[in-house]
Design a protein around this ligand. Sequence first.
Ligand code: B12
Length: 575
Amino acid sequence: MIPLLPEPDLPSGAALLAEGRALARDWTLGSSAFLRHVGAASEYGFKLAQMAKSRVMQHAQIGFRDPGKSRRAYAEIWEACAAEGVTVDRYGLCLDWSMALPRAQRSKAVRGTGMILPGIEDFVRLTAAAPVAPHFGDFVLGFPAAVENTQAALAAGSTVIGNLGQYFTFRIPGHDDDIEATAQTVRALGLIAAQPVPILVQSNLDDGFAAQFTDLASCLGMVLLERHIVTSLIGPPVGHCYGHHFSDPLSRLAFQRALAQVGAAPGTMIYGNTTADRGRPAANFASLSNYLLVDAAGQIGQPTGHAINAVPVTENERIPEIDEVVEAQLFAGRMAELAPGWLPLIDPAPVDAMAARIVTGGQAFAEAALLGLARQGIDTTCPFQLLLALRRMGARRLESLFGAGQPDPEAPGGRLPVAPATILSELAEMADHALKGQSAGPALRGLRVMVATSDVHEHGKMLVEEILRRLGVTVLDGGVSTDPAILAERVRRDRPDAVAISTYNGIALRYFHALRAAGVEVPVLIGGRLNQIPEGSNSSLPVDVGDDLAQAGALVCRAAADLAPLLNALAAGAR
Ligand code: B12
């Protein structure tokens, strides 16, 4: 077996934590409009008080490229909702990809579509704009700039800092040094632990391994493992977020109950079930009600301190505008008012039965993982070693080795899940839909297509692979978050007939040009979110680059149903 941590001189977790703690002499929690407004010492304490009252809290996600627009959003969303009697308790602040790198390196970094806050004063000005709890959850912990961004978040009065989920799965193009990212993260955790009030360390499970696990018990297992690392080994409380991929109301509520049972509270927020948003706004309103109702009911019945998060119905098309965030929050406020009327209709038996399976399975996963890692020589009392070993193992290996279900070579996760995640069945349905009425020409049989993603979003890749397999095409794995130069190397090595890219981070055109520049000459099919913020622009919204891609020679795919006709045409052309 290849060792997980073969490097001879890895830093020690204890030394890194001590370095982080020492920084607290100069970096302590700054003033906060929110904490003054609610009269609390930290959001952790505030959440506990709201849980005691079974009050449903509300979370909104914001982060426009232009810091001025983000500040305006911070103030206007709160004001507009307050005027209608709805309280927005917290904002999740979406930093840009490039913010993951230290200030000195940021100008050369690949930019996504998120918010860029150049200096500490920009963090401070943002959170002072309204009495709403700031949650710096994206691109802080887990990246090379973890310490720098934690310092800025603390200075801006943020008492919830994350996102440990991203540590496990997100990649910054051109920055593959996982030792440095881990060391910075552990230092930042030391700084957090040394603060005078509890700072909740946030982890979005769906940003992490939950998007890849096939069993919800494995997701709960990660909650327990992260709590072991953050709270038992280091000290601060950890608060989890879940929800993007929890599409079925029963498992959504059962997971919330499972968190309550293992004392994983207060949590941060329950993310909107964004993967259910596929259609036009009118259809997305149905998804919005579907998850908000069950989330609000869960918090009223058995509070876990998670704020509910209404994702605007336009989010699958583009980054939502300020007034759309307001609309979504007002919708959520009304839903929380209506939820108590539904409580008597919820049959607790199936929810409790699934929650029990998730808890037992999650505990078994966490115990097996700690034991298994210790057997491989990992010091499970060292946060540095444990974090890095888990990251290097990855979701699929962790689940197949330590998952709670019975081993089954036919099952996608290598085991029969005790509480199945819904993403696989959703992708299978999407593949059925994409292939409806389509036929595979016989010429497709010999075709070899390499499939890759430019970033962490991998469902498009999984879907394309599923469709290709059903069409009888040979699938070659080009990887997830694959830099163009690396993909080009893989193309040279495996010589596919075509490459299929799924891309979402607002870099579609740049990525395609980089692929061509790196020498990829075979046809390139490209789908996902084909947009980009124009170079040099400080505007907030990305623009569609489909036409530019087509002009540059890419085969633009607006839907998975485009795949078969394009490949049939390629195969016909090759003959
Ligand atoms: C799930 C999701 C995630 C998951 C991804 C989990 C995973 N392992 O895959 C998580 C939570 C991790 C995530 C993270 C982020 N996300 Co996200 N995410 C989504 C979401 C909800 C769904 C995307 C998806 O997987 N859909 C499933 C696929 C199968 O369906 P589809 O997208 O409709 O694709 C169709 C076609 O396009 C086609 N297709 C797709 N690819 C290809 C390729 C080929 C070759 C072909 C033929 C067809 C094809 O197939 C589908 C059926 O027709 C979208 C919003 C939405 N509802 O669409 C945002 C979204 C893509 N995310 C977004 C952002 C900004 C992020 C983050 C940067 C947020 C942050 N600050 O942390 C990070 C990414 C960080 C990083 N390092 O890359 C933005 C992108 C913005 C933009 N470009 O304009 C979106 C649009 C949300 C938004 N409006 O803000 N995300």
